[in-house]
Design a protein around this ligand. Structure first.
Ligand SMILES: [Zn+2]
Length: 146
């Protein structure tokens, strides 16, 4: 545990995958999307779950997912953004730092302020000559410390 960043792990800002929301995979046909949408929308319709905010949130998410994917162009755009998100999530280095840029305190930790506003805590003992990669849990930023 606490090997690298202590960036918050709450992924509240990351949107759910629209295909997952609709219970389809990315190759799903329009017909499948529509069928699943209709089933889900029945299940989560706010009229059936009065006062349940989690249900209405789900309903809105389903609706939004379907509206995005039912349109060929917006689906294409969405697929592109998914691809990019996957890519960004896998060790794409956005920032390179050298150890000398870090200001280590007496307990051999240094803070690095991520672009998303989260602080990375860097432990000197984790650094080695080959370089050290840390990922932010809050955004998709990765930093390489050399
Ligand atoms: Zn970040």
């Amino acid at each position: 545990m606490d090997k690298e960043a202590t960036c918050s792990k709450s992924n509240g800002t990351v949107e759910g995958n629209y295909y997952e929301i609709l219970g389809c995979d990315q190759k799903a046909s329009f017909f499948e999307l529509k069928r699943n949408y209709q089933q889900l929308i029945k299940k989560y319709h706010p009229d059936k779950h009065e006062g349940s905010s989690s249900t209405s949130e789900k309903f809105i998410a389903i609706d939004k997912a379907y509206k995005t994917l039912m349109d060929e162009n917006s689906r294409k755009d969405y697929d592109t953004s998914l691809l990019k998100r996957d890519f960004d999530e896998h060790f794409l280095i956005h920032v390179e730092l050298s150890q000398s840029e870090l200001d280590f305190s007496e307990d051999d930790t240094a803070l690095y302020l991520c672009r998303c506003g989260e602080n990375f805590v860097i432990h000197k003992k984790d650094l080695n000559e080959g370089g050290y990669v840390m990922e932010c849990f809050q955004c998709s930023n990765s930093i390489l410390i050399k």
